[in-house]
Design a protein around this ligand. Structure first.
Ligand SMILES: Cc1cc2nc3c(=O)[nH]c(=O)nc-3n(C[C@H](O)[C@H](O)[C@H](O)COP(=O)(O)OP(=O)(O)OC[C@H]3O[C@@H](n4cnc5c(N)ncnc54)[C@H](O)[C@@H]3O)c2cc1C
Ligand code: SF4
Ligand code: SF4
Length: 380
């Protein structure tokens, strides 16, 4: 007879079912939610780990005594997807909704030409963060910067507290930045209402934390902006592929994009193209089982799909997202064009979303004992 699963799952279950099984995305939500600071983050492997103290690497004495917060924060633990769906939308997505539940789709861009020029696509994400900061919706945003000076493309989590910092963080890096980790800095600076920018793996964290009542950390997330994403690369792609094979030193790269191929503009304005097949070998492990291309649990998801390079494809998902989007439109800080003007965009979105869905190990998900978490809570 199969053993009964523990009713209060904690780190011992998380490490076995998510981290060691290959489902862990490295989002760092378990690390920031831990009230006893016994979890840390391995930036080289993009994985959480348990400190030697208090139970050792594979167990947790606080978990044994009833703390379940790490499993309450993990958007890959057990039935995370229907739980987050039900919390946000009152129902699970249907099989046809491969991109998740959506209220409204549009092409959008920042009206301010400076934002649009600095942004990866239409500068919509940066315009939204600035609006939220300047309209008393959030106190700070958890975003990504490039670290180590101008010559480094190392993506690094950080806080954006104002317009200048939002602008400094705009654009996309295609290596991983666990923006959730900037939560710790936000807490030390006393910020209570936080915006999060992140790919699907991170964008599901606030919803699952709220669905599973993960205490104060859950309540502090006041806005969740998702980025469409099919993969990130290991940092070693810079020396081993871009520099070694193409002579592109990080210091000489001005902008990167992925549109069916890796696109690179160097500092002299010259354009370089690298077939994605060549870059596959540098795919980050944490992305290999990820089923969520479209950041399905964000308030608003944003991507660069479509025929118009300087517009952002926007999927508005929640009531909060819709109110924000409508207010920005009315306030004149964004412009939109109907999605019908780009008939191929939705087809491509669904094709890429379907491809990511195929990566989730269904058989694993169906394993006996994988049921929803109990409704009781341990507060932070
Ligand atoms: C790793 C990654 C993969 C992506 N893959 C796709 C894709 O396959 N298809 C698609 O349509 N769109 C993809 N996108 C989204 C796209 O690149 C743009 O971010 C999106 O269209 C919004 O553009 P914008 O001009 O409105 O954003 P901007 O105003 O330029 O703002 C971008 C925001 O993204 C944050 N950011 C940048 N790099 C990272 C990072 N590495 N990790 C976390 N946050 C980061 C910045 O801090 C900033 O807040 C991806 C983005 C990333 C970061
Ligand atoms: S997916 Fe995120 S929350 Fe879950 S174990 Fe990995 S780092 Fe922690
Ligand atoms: S594919 Fe993108 S959303 Fe999925 S785990 Fe990787 S970075 Fe996160």
């Amino acid at each position: 007879m199969a053993a009964m699963p523990p009713s209060k799952p904690h780190w011992a279950q998380l490490i076995r079912e998510v981290v060691d099984s290959g489902l862990c995305t490295g989002c760092a939500a378990c690390v920031v939610v831990c009230p006893y600071d016994v979890l840390s983050y391995d930036e080289g492997r993009y994985k959480p780990f348990h400190l030697d103290a208090d139970g050792g690497p594979e167990d947790c004495t606080h978990g044994e005594r009833g703390c379940t917060l790490c499993t309450r924060a993990c958007a890959r633990f057990r039935d995370w997807e229907p739980e987050a769906d039900n919390f946000l939308f009152g129902r699970a997505r249907s099989d046809e909704e491969v991109e998740g539940v959506v209220r409204k789709v549009a092409l959008a861009r920042a009206s301010d030409p400076e934002f649009a020029a600095d942004g990866q696509d239409g500068g919509f994400v940066s315009a939204t963060l600035i609006w939220a900061l300047e309209h008393d919706m959030i106190d700070a945003a958890l975003v990504s910067y490039t670290g180590g000076g101008d010559s480094s493309w190392k993506a690094t989590p950080g806080l954006a507290r104002n317009r200048e910092e939002v602008m400094a963080s705009s654009g996309s890096r295609y290596t991983y930045s666990a923006n959730v980790l900037a939560y710790q800095q936000a807490q030390s600076e006393g910020f209570e209402r936080l915006g999060l920018v992140g790919m699907g793996c991170m964008a599901s964290a606030p919803a699952i934390m709220k669905a599973r009542k993960a205490g104060k950390t859950a309540r502090r997330f006041a806005l969740d902006i998702g980025l469409l994403c099919s993969k990130t690369f290991e940092d070693s792609i810079f020396p081993e592929l871009l520099q070694a094979r193409y002579g592109l030193a990080p210091a000489n790269i001005a902008k990167m994009n992925i549109k069916g191929r890796l696109q690179i503009w160097d500092n002299s304005g010259e354009y370089h193209e690298i077939p994605l097949k060549e870059a596959h070998a540098w795919t980050r492990d944490g992305c290999k089982s990820c089923p969520d291309f479209a950041a399905e649990h964000a308030d608003i998801s944003a991507g660069g799909i479509g025929a118009f390079g300087d517009w952002t494809l926007v999927l508005v998902r929640t009531q909060r997202g819709e109110e924000l989007f409508d207010a920005m439109l009315e306030g004149g800080v964004i412009q939109t064009r109907p999605i019908e003007e780009d008939p191929g965009a939705l087809g491509l979105l669904r094709k890429l979303a379907k491809a990511s869905r195929r990566r989730w190990p269904d058989s694993d998900h169906q394993e006996p004992g994988r049921q929803s978490l109990p409704a009781t809570t341990t507060s932070a």
